[in-house]
Design a protein around this ligand. Structure first.
Ligand SMILES: [Zn+2]
Length: 247
């Protein structure tokens, strides 16, 4: 039996702990901070099998050294981040990770950063996607081009609709306001179904009222309402990203 635990850190980041209950082992994704993760591993008596990193931003790797001091484990990081993340096993598009009972495929998703990767679990249909896609939004383009980011979203869209997207920030409510703004624009090129957005909003606000995360996202639902996934071409994507940056 496998499950994913979300550990909130900082303002709005999540660290993910993928747990195999059958042998009390765990894989940690993007430990931006170590203390909360160590506390969780200790309390749950889990042994650390591996650490997966999606990209080199400090809110995703900041706890790495301290976590490794607590328990040594192999680290997997994007090949293009070789200079900023030392002593890792470097991965790129198409690589397959077989970490005992955990299996992942690596998908390169440039845009937010050049080297950004996601870890896809085909048997569970879980995607650990860092800062590429968010609830009703997408990551800012710090290093990549609009074309790269648009292509990366297309790669995610090609995954099965039942995919659960474990994105690394709780930004969904903030992005909902952007979606509402879009629906009010006369010349908005993005026309998702208003009814789908109302359903999404009700579910989201219900969860957030109870202090529950909006993550994981359901890809099939996200594809109906997330304007960045509804963008038909790179020009529409550029328009949306630029408009979102001004908010
Ligand atoms: Zn980032």
């Amino acid at each position: 039996m496998k499950r994913v635990e979300l550990i909130p850190i900082f303002e709005d980041n999540y660290v993910f702990v993928i747990i195999d209950e059958s042998n009390h082992s765990a894989v940690v994704v993007d430990p931006g901070e170590a203390a909360a993760v160590i506390e969780f591993l200790e309390r749950s008596q889990l042994s650390l099998k591996a650490i997966l990193l999606t990209h080199h931003h400090s809110d995703h790797i900041g706890g790495l050294t301290e976590l490794l001091e607590f328990q040594a484990a192999p680290v997997y990081a994007p090949l293009k981040n070789k200079n900023s993340i030392r002593n890792a096993n470097y991965v790129q598009q198409g690589d397959v990770l077989d970490l005992e009972s955990f299996h992942f495929q690596v998908i390169s998703l440039p845009g937010h950063t050049r080297g950004h990767v996601a870890y896809w679990s085909p048997d569970r249909k879980w995607l650990f996607s860092g800062d590429v896609l968010f609830g009703l939004g997408c990551g800012r383009l710090f290093e990549g081009t609009y074309e790269e980011a648009f292509e990366s979203l297309n790669k995610i869209k090609a995954l099965p609709p039942e995919t659960l997207v474990y994105c690394a920030h709780e930004y969904t409510e903030e992005n909902l306001n952007f979606c509402k703004l879009l629906t009010r624009l006369d010349n908005s090129p993005i026309t998702g179904d208003d009814e789908d957005l109302v359903l999404y909003e009700n579910e989201l606000l219900g969860k957030r009222e109870l202090n529950l995360p909006s993550v994981p996202l359901k890809l099939g639902i996200e594809m109906k309402v997330n304007p960045f996934l509804l963008a038909k071409d790179v020009e529409q994507f550029r328009y949306l990203r630029d408009l979102r940056n001004k908010q």
